[in-house]
Design a protein around this ligand. Structure first.
Ligand code: IFM
Length: 451
């Protein structure tokens, strides 16, 4: 694997964490599998990417990392690094090419092999049912804007649960509801690329309704360890003004509080309803009992902080992001590890008291290059060290943090930004699809297999 360069070591080994603490890596179906293989149906990401101007260089997930064929090699990389768990997602469009109705046997067989492959390598499968690859046939019917999506999704959850549920260590319905709803229907940056407040309000609610229905459907099958994963960004006012403070509070409410409050408090933040209420589906309050169907654990995806200021438009939400002073990753995201412990504490204290918490995504993109057979990524090693230090602090304070997953195993399709933002512990050459573990993979292997 060539010489290792740059700073190599993790600051911690497995022994610095409790014996039951789990380390893992995460991926998602559309970002790595290759949507053109194995009878996968079209998803709204295929059509979004096929529309000029939506993704960098028009790139899509048709081939991605060809994990569909190379999954065994990829699971070997997870196992050999010493991880305990592998977080992956199941493609709705691969399992049900039309979104409902006839299942694709080849697709279900693929996930069957994948899950068995994890178990053979001693890896606990952490499954996500929806990491954004909505079947195009359901997008035609309005996708997340259509209340029926809660039924479609619960039926899909039941199908997956019947086939794989006996072997999954943990299952979560939806990855990052903020991205599914706000980023995709209000900001228009992800499929379906809408910028429409009514669409956004509906998606903000239906994604939680679908979550609740899916939890019930899987619970009815006897599945255990069912969770909620939301993403969080530390929101700070861009200056000392009352206006900036209010803007940051609203950003926090939309991004960080809406979803978890719906699930744990059966309500939505008032400051968000001040803008969204006229666009919400009728009688949405009646759905809170379903939305709040109990979960067994909470996952936190955390990457960055944002500085927020008023945008001067006066039109809800009337806020904007302002460039911050901290060092940034290739995503232009500020590196702010303290935000991780902030959210672990907040989730525990205000919402999920008593439940296990996992960091289900954390990591960084960097401009990694393969040089003489190796990839030096010292910034990633430092990033991981600093975030693990924050995670450890919360454990020392007695919080029930039970695991930490790195995004991502492989360099992959970073959605609208294409293949250039490399998040992997393993470098992928997108011409040859050859995998090369980076220095961070080696450092983690040393830390996780030590002693
Ligand atoms: O690549 C994404 C992933 O799909 C969801 N969480 C954030 C990652 C980095 O942007």
């Amino acid at each position: 694997m060539g010489e290792r360069a740059g700073r190599q070591a993790m600051d911690y080994t497995r022994a610095d964490f409790p014996a039951d603490f789990r380390f893992g890596v995460a991926t998602s179906s559309y970002q790595i599998e290759g949507a053109r293989f194995g009878g996968c149906g079209p998803s709204h990401w295929d059509t979004f990417a096929a529309t000029p101007g939506n993704t960098a260089r028009g790139e899509d997930g048709a081939t991605a990392c060809d994990h569909y064929h190379r999954w065994a090699e990829d699971l070997d990389l997870v196992g050999r690094a010493g991880f305990d768990c592998y977080r992956f997602s199941i493609s709705w469009a691969r399992v049900l090419p039309e979104g409902a109705g006839q299942a694709n046997a080849e697709g279900l067989d693929f996930y069957d092999r994948l899950v068995d492959g994890m178990l053979e390598r001693g890896l606990k499968p952490f499954a996500t049912l929806y990491h954004w690859d909505l079947p195009a046939a359901l997008a035609d019917l309005g996708g997340w804007r259509n209340r029926d999506i809660a039924h479609w999704f619960a039926d899909y959850a039941e199908l997956v649960g019947r086939r794989l549920g006996d072997r999954l260590a943990a299952t979560v319905p939806v990855n990052e509801p903020w991205c599914v709803a706000w980023l995709s229907h209000f900001l228009g940056e992800h499929a379906p690329g809408l910028r429409d407040i009514r669409a956004a309000a509906r998606a903000m609610h239906h994604v939680l309704l679908a979550h609740g229905r899916a939890i019930s459907a899987m619970r009815a099958l006897g599945m255990r360890n069912l969770g909620l994963i939301t993403n969080f960004e530390y929101a700070a006012p861009a200056d000392e003004s009352a206006e900036a403070r209010a803007a940051a509070q609203l950003y926090d409410a939309i991004y960080n509080r809406w979803f978890i409050e719906g699930v744990f408090k059966k309500s939505y933040p008032q400051e968000v309803l001040a803008g969204l209420a006229p666009h919400m589906p009728d009688g949405y309050e009646d759905d809170f009992d379903t939305i709040a169907t109990p979960v067994d654990w909470v996952g936190i995806n955390y990457y960055t902080r944002k500085l927020i200021a008023p945008d001067g438009t006066g039109q809800f939400p009337a806020l904007k992001e302002v460039e911050g002073p901290l060092p940034k990753t290739l995503m232009d995201w500020e590196i702010h590890p303290e935000g991780l412990s902030f959210f672990i504490r907040r989730v525990h204290r205000e919402y999920a008291k008593g439940l296990p918490i996992y960091v289900t995504e954390n990591g960084m993109a960097s401009p990694d290059r393969l040089v003489d057979g190796s990839v030096a990524d010292p910034d990633r090693i430092e990033f991981l060290n600093r975030h693990l230090a924050e995670a450890r602090r919360t454990i020392e304070d007695g919080l029930p943090l039970k695991g930490y997953f790195i995004w991502s195993l492989l360099d992959n399709y970073e959605w609208a930004l294409g293949y250039e933002k490399r998040f992997g512990l393993v470098h992928v050459d997108f011409d040859t699809l050859e995998r090369t573990p980076k220095a961070s993979w080696h450092a983690l292997q040393a830390a996780l297999t030590a002693g």
